[in-house]
Design a binder for this molecule. Structure first.
Ligand code: ASP
Length: 441
């Protein structure tokens, strides 16, 4: 019998998890049961993906750079990548701003709902912790991000998943220096990283075997931990605007893929769908990164010289879904709380949402932390920030899941067009977890 394709297996796991979660909410003991006995399966899966993220970036980026054989090519790829990332993020923010100004979801929300949301969430630890995190991030100077990118201890950087840009910096430095010592001297190290890269990609295959069960657990937990359904409904119009914007982004990527790389966008979407489904289930581009890399390289055929740089950098700085959401949320909050937003204010949103999405960590809920910075930049009264966040907190998790799908799709799209533009697209070479099983049995 032909085995069901991975994305169908994952999708079935997701639907079953959602149904199971709903059934469990019918019982008093249900939510606790899911949290204690089901959720750990999802958490372990996310931990496994994070476990291999840094070794994968290290091995594949060193391999990618040393395969280039020529530093000027790397500069070419680097500049294109950053320019295209900025361009797609500006498109996302513009789409968000146009939609929110046309549909005006903030006008339709009643005083009563605002009062109820404020009462429920403005002192909630979820909201207050986001405000605290934002004020920690804000106290830095303009060039802080450059300073933060350079590690002072390579092993400390490699030991901390939140320091992905430091790892990328160190690895690029290492890769370029390897090119500069000449092929012969670099050979042993190159062989080591080539082999490590293959091993880590095999680990991705093995971890993915458990993906259907893991997404079942993750989604069941999301359902039992979600808030009051009435409040979710009250925010339907706002959520609808964000979702519509995110859908338009997927259409935008499809057009870009079709026109710049002459690749069928439906095939593209189906090839990266396991990564999208995981992005949805985990709400984390960083946790999804190993799968995104595997799909883009092995299933689409983007060469490692491009994907090993474009994708890890994208996971950390390119968040189109997040920036779109920040633009919509900022205008929605301003409108709902009668804060006058001028044209200059809207332009400030474009700039700050661009920077805020670059600064957002690739983990669940990070977009909301940086939203605080966008709100402050438009002069939103600081004493009302908690109320502002309280307004959108109830729907943040589902929107986070969706914007993470867009973040990951954006990275994959850019990897493809950069690869095409520098002649680094090849044939897909799919490897399965059991390709060499017979030899070791
Ligand atoms: N969860 C998102 C990501 O990992 C970031 C965010 O928008 O909160 O891409």
């Amino acid at each position: 019998m032909r085995k069901l394709e991975l994305h169908w297996q994952i999708l079935i796991g997701m639907v079953a998890g959602i149904l199971f979660g709903f059934i469990m909410t019918l019982f008093d003991w249900g939510p606790k049961f899911v949290q204690d006995w089901i959720n750990p399966l999802g958490t372990i899966f996310v931990k496994l993906l994070k476990l291999i993220a840094i070794p994968l970036i290290l091995a594949s980026l060193v391999k990618g750079i040393s395969d280039l054989k020529d530093i000027s090519k790397f500069r070419n790829i680097g500049l294109r990548t950053i320019a295209i990332y900025i361009a797609t993020t500006i498109v996302a923010i513009t789409i968000g701003l146009v939609l929110v100004n046309l549909i005006k979801p903030g006008n339709g929300i009643s005083e009563e709902t605002i009062a109820k949301l404020t009462e429920t969430y403005s002192t909630d630890s979820g909201v207050t912790s986001k405000l605290e995190e934002a004020s920690r991030q804000k106290q830095s100077g303009p060039l802080q991000f450059l300073e933060d990118m350079v590690p002072d201890n390579a092993f400390a950087a490699l030991g901390d998943n939140s320091l992905m840009l430091q790892v990328i910096f160190f690895t690029i430095f290492l890769g370029i220096s390897m090119l500069l010592i000449g092929e012969k001297s670099a050979k042993p190290l190159k062989k080591f990283f080539d082999s490590l890269n293959e091993v880590v990609l095999k680990m991705v295959d093995l971890i993915m075997l458990t993906a259907p069960i893991a997404v079942f657990a993750l989604l069941a937990n999301v359902v039992v931990s979600s808030g009051d359904p009435d409040l979710l409904l009250a925010l339907l119009k706002y959520s609808g605007v964000v979702v519509l914007g995110l859908l338009l982004m997927i259409v935008f990527y499809s057009i870009v893929v079709a026109s710049f790389s002459r690749y069928n966008p439906l095939t593209f979407l189906s090839k990266i769908s396991p990564a999208q489904l995981l992005a949805f289930s985990t709400s984390s581009s960083a946790a999804t990164l190993p799968v995104t890399m595997e799909r883009v390289e092995e299933h689409i055929g983007v060469h490692k010289e491009v994907s090993s740089f474009v994708l890890p950098v994208g996971a950390t700085i390119n968040m189109d879904g997040t920036s779109l959401y920040q633009a919509v949320a900022a205008v929605f909050i301003a409108e709902a709380l009668n804060f006058d937003l001028t044209l200059a204010g809207q332009l400030t949103i474009v700039l700050t949402a661009l920077l805020a999405s670059i600064g957002s960590a690739a983990v669940p809920g990070a977009g909301m932390v940086m939203l605080v910075i966008v709100l402050e930049a438009i002069g939103f009264p600081p004493d009302k920030l908690a109320i502002g966040l309280a307004l959108i907190f109830a729907v943040d998790r589902p929107l986070d899941m969706l914007r993470t799908v867009v973040n990951v799709t954006g990275d994959a799209t850019v990897a493809m067009i950069v690869a095409k533009s520098v002649g680094k697209m090849g044939e897909p070479k799919v490897k399965n977890w059991d390709d060499h099983l017979e030899e070791v049995k």
